[in-house]
Every structure is written in structure tokens, then in C-alpha cells.
Design a protein around this ligand. Sequence first.
Ligand code: GLU
Length: 470
Amino acid sequence: MTAVKTRFAPSPTGFLHVGGARTALYSWLYARHHHGTFVLRIEDTDLERSTQPAIDAIIESMQWLGLTWDEGPYYQTKRFDRYNELIDQMLADGRAYRCYCTPERLEKLRQEQMARGEKPRYDGHCRCGCGDHSPDEPHCVRFRNPDEGTVHFHDHIRGDVEIANSELDDLVIRRTDGSPTYNFCVVVDDMDMGITHVIRGEDHVNNTPRQINIYKALGASVPEFAHVSMILGDDGAKLSKRHGAVSVMQYRDDGFLPEALLNYLVRLGWGSGDREIFSLEDMISLFDISHVSKSASAFDTGKLRWMNRQYIMSLPPEKVAAHLEWHMRDQGIDFSRGPALPDLVRALAERSETLKDMAAQSRYFYEDVTEYDPAAVKKWIKAGTGEVLDRAAATLAQVAPEDWKAPALHHALEALAGEMGIGMGKVGMPLRIAVTGRGVSPGIDVTMELVGRERTLERIARARKELLPL
Ligand code: GLU
């Protein structure tokens, strides 16, 4: 059996969106599952619409997702000589022909066919090679599609597809400006690169029979195909900016972990029993393209957020911290002094749906508290709070620097609450406001441990002065 080789072949006309990312993921998983090879190919033949920023964004997205490629990125624009060499051979032996039809003739033909209720298609006018034309005149090159028979393929997702050749017209393979077209380049590339399985978006399902005819004309073996369905918004409409983030990098910016986005995307259209959480290793071992659903899937941001939270809580904190670092920088938080990021992740994981939230909640661990949440102050700072803060400060000052850990701090505050005959909340809340400026934070013991002894004591003294000046 030939080794599996798949590819992801985006056209760099915009950012990588989640639909493309899911297609890339399925193609990557198929290769990894079969210990095969995964290729990245940039289909930049459309010179007008392809841009370098789009290429950069695609590569950055693939890297961020961790969809590593074994070969490439290949660029179609670097392979024009190869496409032209084959087109010239096909012209020489009649598998292709020059078409001199003017845009006016083609437009007239289209109007007439439509008026007769027919599907517009090229009528093969220039097939005969007759007419008094010189190759210096403007012309395009068309592939001579077979007239007879049918094209059949078995799509791993959509099942059997069959179309009569009489339905297909002679495709332009080289435009009048000399540039080869997508349907031709894609076949040459997949042939030259030895692609065994073409896994791509369903928008290409109609191109496949035409491409199969080109493979055959080139004497190449035809790969297997699987066309992945679209992703829709939760309202059933085509996914667009209106539904929130669409580009992969926007999900990074919004605080999602690549592991969570991949897990969410793999589940959108594929599953194994009722299971929701799949590590990359599980996906690789269980993924089966023939179990991918052929219906469109609706993107549900709520579920993605749920998934993200599962990953924030369950991945090793060091791993989450590596991604959190980006957000800390993005939000301008200098984390060089203060708790190590993995410790921050341990403290905040249960309270964060996204890393963006986590970073935003973490500011007081690294920066001085200069403001206090007015609602929390109103609720918890009362006449007797001054005494609570004073006694807490005195008690905490007795905890030696080497003992400054959550359990010891908890113990000290519990003893103080007992002595004062008040509940833990009445000690913990004013302290929380003093140490974080907020009414919500992780447990006050953990918070004080991470803020550190010196800074905690300073903050209590400061709050004492600012909030209870008398
Ligand atoms: N370049 C095409 C696209 O971005 C994909 C072609 C293919 O996968 O065959 O839609």
C-alpha cells in the first residue's frame, strides 16, 4: 500500500478562518493517523487576490494551532514553468487546444443558452483547430474534456458521486494573460507531490470530476477524495464576522487555547461515542474520515468557551502559562516581578473561561493596587473594619517569610476570626479588598501567598489609610 500523503492547500486571499482550519485539521489528522505525510501548499495563482499578509496569517495560524507540516510550504507561483511545460505538451498532442473566442462571442453564447433554458457551457467552437489564427493572437488554452461516458468517484464523506461528461465543458487551463488556472495547477501539484488523499472544502466537489479527467489525461493515478462540509453560524447562516470571531488568530487574541479550538473543531462534524474531550493523541488515534458528517455544522461559541475552560483547568499549568504569556504582554502587564505564571494559572484556572479574562484578572498580582471597587467597599468596609485590618496586619506580620504559604495564612486568619468572634468572611473580604482592590479573587490565602508577604502587608497598611482614614 502506498503511504498516505495529504495536503492543505489554501488560497491566500484572506486570513485562515475556522472552516479552513477544520479542513486542515482533518487532513492533518488523516496523515498522522496513517503515519503519512502532510503537505502545506499555498495556492497563490490568483495574483490579483493573493497577498503576502494573507500568506503570513495562514502560516502563523497553522503554527499556532500546531498543525505541523512535513513538506512545504510550496508556492504555486514558483511552479509556473512546470504547469506551462505540461500545457505545451498537451497542446502538442491535442489533449488541449487554443481557443480564440472573443469575450463578446462567449457572452452571446451564454445569453442564447440561457434564453433556451440551458446551462451555460462552452460549445467547443475552437476544438477543430480550424479558422485562420496565429498563436500570437490573444487566446486561452482549453482542456479537451472527454465527450462520452461518466466520471465517478467515491467521496469518503459524501459517498458516490457520478456525472456525465456531456455535462462538463472544456475547461480553460491557461488564461489569455498566460497564467494557468486553479483546476489545472491543483491537479499537477497533487500529481507531482504524490498526494494520495485530497481532503478539502465541499465548495470544490463540483471541480472534482473535471480534475479527475485531467488526471487521466496526464496519465496520473487519481487520488481519493473527501469533501468537508461548511461551518455555519449558530443561526444557520454562513459563518461571517457578524457571528463574532471567524479568523483563527482572532481566537488566539480572544484568549482561546489552540488545544481547545482543535478539540472543538474536530467535534464539529466528527465524534467517537458521546465523548467531548479529545487530546491530540486521542484524535490522531481515533480519527476516521469516513465518520465525518456530511451535513453542515453550526458554530457554537458558548460550547467553545466551555471547552476552553476544560482545557485551562486540565492542561499542565506550564503549558497554559506559555499561552498566557502572550496575553500578559498584550495587556501590558509586566509579569517579571510577582508570581510565576504557572502559579497564577493554578490560582485562576477555575475562574477563567479565556486566557484574556485570566490576564485581565491578574493585574493586582503584579501591579500596585491604587483603586478599590466602590461596590465592594460599600458592602464590606464598615466602622469596625479598621480594627479587623489592624489585627489582621499584626497577625500576618507574625507569619515568617518562609512560612508565607496558603495553609499557614489560612490558619492565622481563622484563628484571628475565632479570637474576634466574627465569621471568616468578615476578615477575608476587607483583606481581599485591601490586597486586590476587588471583591472577587481566588481564596484570600492563595491570593496573599502569590502577592507575597511584603506587598500584602504594604497593601493592608495603604488600604487602612485610604479607606478608613479616621
Ligand atoms: N485553494 C483552494 C481553496 O483555498 C483549495 C483547493 C484544494 O484544496 O484542492 O479553496
